[in-house]
Design a binder for this molecule. Structure first.
Ligand SMILES: [Fe+2]
Length: 184
C-alpha cells in the first residue's frame, strides 16, 4: 500500500473527469495556445520576408509548416476531449509578436543585426510555447489523457528542436557577422 502512495504523483486521476475545475482550466489553456499558434502562422511569413540569411529564411519557412501541423494536432486534441476547437486570442503571444514586428522597424534591411533581432524574437515565441506545452503535457498525464499527452509531447519536442535550430544559426554565423557591422 505504501508503494501506491509513493506513486500518487504519476497516477492518473479519475478517467474522463471532464467536469472538474482543472479540466476547465486545461481547456482554456489549450484554447489559448491554439489561438497563439494561429497568430504565429500569420507572423512567420513577415519574419521570413524580413530575414536575410538563407538559413534563417529556411528555418522560418520550415517552422510555418511545423506550426500548421501543430494546429491540426491541437484540433485532434479538442476532438479527443470531445470539446470544440475554439481559439482564444493569446495576449502574451500578441505582445511577443508585436515586439518581433518592432525589431523589424528598428533594424536595417539586409543586416545581420536584423537577423540577430529576429532570432531573439523567435526564441521568445519558442520559449513561451515550450513553457505552455510542457505544463499542459504534465496536466494531461495527471488527468489520464494519454493520447492527448502523446500529441502534446510531439509538439513540445518540435518547439524545443526549433529553439535549438535558432541557437545553432545564431552561433554558427549571424551573431559574429552582426558583431562586425558598423553604423553607416
Ligand atoms: Fe508552435
Amino acid at each position: 500500500m505504501e508503494a501506491n502512495e509513493k506513486n500518487m504523483g504519476n497516477r492518473p486521476a479519475r478517467e474522463s473527469m471532464t467536469d472538474s475545475r482543472l479540466h476547465e482550466f486545461f481547456l482554456e489553456e489549450l484554447k489559448d495556445i491554439y489561438g497563439a499558434e494561429k497568430q504565429i502562422v500569420k507572423a512567420l511569413p513577415k519574419m521570413q520576408d524580413a530575414a536575410t540569411s538563407p538559413e534563417l529564411v529556411q528555418a522560418f519557412e520550415e517552422h510555418l509548416d511545423v506550426t500548421q501541423t501543430q494546429i491540426t494536432r491541437l484540433e485532434e486534441i479538442f476532438e479527443n476531449l470531445g470539446e470544440s476547437a475554439d481559439a482564444k486570442k493569446c495576449e502574451a503571444m500578441k505582445g511577443i509578436l508585436d515586439e518581433g514586428e518592432k525589431v523589424i522597424d528598428d533594424t536595417e534591411e539586409g543586416t545581420a543585426t536584423r537577423d540577430v533581432a529576429l532570432i531573439l524574437a523567435a526564441q521568445k515565441v519558442e520559449h513561451y510555447e515550450i513553457a505552455t506545452y510542457g505544463s499542459l503535457l504534465q496536466l494531461a498525464h495527471t488527468m489520464g489523457h494519454t493520447e492527448v499527452a502523446d500529441l502534446l509531447e510531439a509538439t513540445l519536442d518540435e518547439e524545443k528542436e526549433a529553439d535549438l535550430k535558432l541557437t545553432e544559426i545564431a552561433e554558427s554565423k549571424i551573431n559574429y557577422q552582426a558583431s562586425e557591422e558598423v553604423n553607416e
